[in-house]
Design a protein around this ligand. Sequence first.
Ligand code: FES
Length: 192
Amino acid sequence: MSDTFAFDAATEERARTILKRYPEGRSQSAVIPLLDLAQRQAGGWLPVHVIEYVASYLDMPKIRVLEVATFYSMFNLEPVGKNFVQLCRTTPCWLRGSDDLRAVAKNVTGCGLGETSADGLFTVVEVECLGACCNAPMVQINDDYYEDLTAENFKDVLEALKRGEDPKTGSQTGRTGSEPEDGLTTLTAEGA
Ligand code: FES
């Protein structure tokens, strides 16, 4: 990989749009969204020279940008697979079966936690609560959430990704959002 980096035209435009949200002199507050843009352009991770580019873009000390990049689990400091699988293992997801999901991920992708498959298709990591506990257990894969998972439907999702397909995102049991699993119990009719 080349060790030079600069935002391409589309990313530059998005960066400028983001910077407009901040008062003059406060552009460093945009460090997280700009690191996110940089990571997307760089192929899913942040090599040191990319972090340095963002530091220079925002006129920040490199160490401060590195501190941000190393603090948040959304930033990767090593290359990741095409499908970046973040398994939520915090209490609600754990109580609802995240251990089974970890076993399925290992079986289908060959990856334990923190590993990337030899074919480059998958990286599997463990993360803390992703804020979708009502639909636990869940995982995030790239930008999408897959919710109401079981060993069976999670296996189907991973197998589909392996075949290069685009599996349905969101609840895998068909419920809308975080509605009760057994159907509505209040506001069951219009005007009720
Ligand atoms: S505990 Fe998994 S989304 Fe909150």
